[in-house]
Design a protein around this ligand. Structure first.
Ligand code: PLP
Length: 369
């Protein structure tokens, strides 16, 4: 099609946004390289989900899929409130954590507000904030990849509106000491919002997870969760926030109506009520595989950053570069994530998959390194 000369007149912030780089799909890699097998370890998905009862509930949902979901998603909201020891007025849903993050940005950010983000972290925070006209202040993580909370505090000015936190952080998988997070939340003044993304928090070891629900009562805090990772439902698109009731009410006012689909709603409820045992068995398996893979990568000259999630961030052996290695692996049927976009060209991010998938990755790594 010939390009039109009409001025598009898009919002001026659009020019400053960078596209979200999604991981390659199996189908695209199969086709591109003419392969008969592809292992996808690039998007931090959980290959074991959805679990039995969630699957059964998904089938059940088809009977009513001709109808819009209830707009207040009451059944799932009630269950989420109960398991998190909150009231239903403290929970709102969205179409995955990504959608929820975008709605939170629309809810909080005015043009010219300053927003703090760690560097590196999940890139969507930057994009949605910029789109709302925010000024981004990057706060580099420390040498052990934990957050530099002192530097964050020093960067708070009278223009700061919001601080995005991600625990465990993406792409590193690193967690912060729970007491340090709690002290930070406590210390930040009442003019500043903290949004804590806990997309991977269910993978944190027992006892290391911050106790945040108490803070929701008296701090400007929003906590984000998703069913994409721990419950293995990335394609079902269900995420949620927990916050004070007036925040939830405002969030529900501005979010897209019916954006959570019935299949996801049915499955998420069943996962919470009936699939816990299976989810925790899988967690144990993933954590064991993560340790096995970390050792195997160490043996191959990688420097593995200790992870508290279902993925591994690792520095390649000297002389190797992320983009090249990822491309070579992809041609051999393994998708992992290159880290140039985070300014870590010597690092890769690898999702922990099934045992045979992880072994396939190791065998292909041995061919390229
Ligand atoms: C830290 C973090 N937050 C949010 C998301 C979005 O998850 P969802 O699938 O729920 O949109 C991701 C996805 O990878 C993520 O890594």
């Amino acid at each position: 099609m010939k390009e039109s000369t009409i001025s598009l007149n898009l919002r001026k912030q659009v020019d400053d946004c960078r596209p979200y780089i999604a991981g390659e799909t199996e189908a695209s890699v199969l086709k591109k390289y003419g392969l008969d097998k592809v292992v996808k370890l690039g998007s931090n998905e959980n290959p074991f989900g959805p679990y039995e009862n969630a699957k059964r509930a998904m089938k059940e949902s088809l009977k009513v899929i001709n109808r819009y979901p209830e707009d207040d998603y009451v059944e799932l909201t009630e269950v989420l409130a109960k398991v998190n020891n909150l009231d239903v007025t403290n929970v709102a849903l969205g179409s995955g954590a990504g959608n929820v993050i975008e709605t939170v940005a629309r809810l909080l950010i005015d043009e010219g507000d300053e927003v703090l983000v760690a560097k590196p972290t999940y890139r969507l925070y930057r994009e949605v904030s910029i789109l709302m006209g925010a000024v981004i202040k990057n706060v580099p993580v420390k040498s052990d990849f934990t957050y530099d909370f002192e530097a964050m505090k020093e960067n708070i000015s009278d223009k700061t509106k919001l601080i995005w936190l991600c625990n465990p952080n993406n792409p590193t998988g690193v967690i912060n000491d729970r007491r340090e997070i709690e002290r930070f939340i406590e210390s930040v003044g009442d003019d500043v919002w903290i949004v804590l993304d806990e997309a991977y928090a269910d993978f944190i070891n027992e006892g290391q997870r911050p106790e945040i629900v108490e803070f929701l009562k008296n701090k400007k805090l929003i906590v984000i969760r998703t069913f994409s990772k721990f419950y293995g439902m990335a394609g079902a698109r269900v995420g949620y926030i927990m916050a004070q009731a007036p925040v939830i009410s405002a969030f529900d006012t501005i979010t897209e109506p019916f954006c959570v689909n019935r299949t996801g709603l049915f499955a998420a409820k069943a996962a919470l009520l009936e699939d816990q045992a299976q989810a925790y068995r899988v967690k144990e398996f993933i954590l064991n595989e993560r340790e096995r893979m970390s050792r195997a990568l160490n043996e191959r000259g990688f420097t593995v950053i200790p992870s508290s999630s279902n993925f591994i961030f690792a520095k390649l052996p000297d002389g190797f570069y992320s983009a090249e290695i990822c491309e070579q692996l992809m041609a051999k049927g393994v998708i992992i994530r290159e880290c140039d976009a985070w300014d870590y060209p010597e690092y890769v991010r690898i999702t922990v998959g099934k045992k045979e998938e992880n072994d396939f990755l190791l065998s292909k790594l041995d061919e390229v390194i």
